[in-house]
Design a protein around this ligand. Structure first.
Ligand SMILES: Cc1cc2nc3c(=O)[nH]c(=O)nc-3n(C[C@H](O)[C@H](O)[C@H](O)COP(=O)(O)OP(=O)(O)OC[C@H]3O[C@@H](n4cnc5c(N)ncnc54)[C@H](O)[C@@H]3O)c2cc1C
Length: 66
């Protein structure tokens, strides 16, 4: 490939690998994804609400045992 520009639509596993390989070959790469994270179906999520719920459960259990 030459050193032209490449736009990759989708930052999932395949898009990320293609983007990486193209950049390694000197291409100017832009990656676009509809989501706010990379990894596509391999991405993970942090559920703050769930953590809040777990913290609340521990506090509640602590109060019950005091
Ligand atoms: C629970 C689970 C377990 C798995 N286990 C395995 C396993 O053991 N082995 C295995 O080989 N595979 C496994 N897979 C499958 C593996 O995750 C997928 O094959 C791989 O992630 C697909 O990568 P991809 O880049 O092709 O697609 P995706 O990961 O789907 O990425 C596509 C990206 O494109 C974006 N996109 C889509 N449309 C647009 C648009 N119009 N504009 C902008 N962005 C767009 C999406 O937001 C996404 O980020 C598993 C999947 C899951 C969910």
């Amino acid at each position: 490939m030459d050193s032209s520009k490449l736009t990759v639509v989708g930052a999932g596993l395949f898009g990320a690998v293609v983007a990486h390989e193209a950049a390694e070959r000197g291409m100017k790469v832009t990656v676009i994804d509809r989501r706010r994270h990379v990894g596509g179906r391999l991405g993970s999520y942090r559920y703050y609400d769930m953590q809040d719920a777990i913290s609340a459960a521990f506090k509640c259990a602590g109060r019950m045992l005091d």
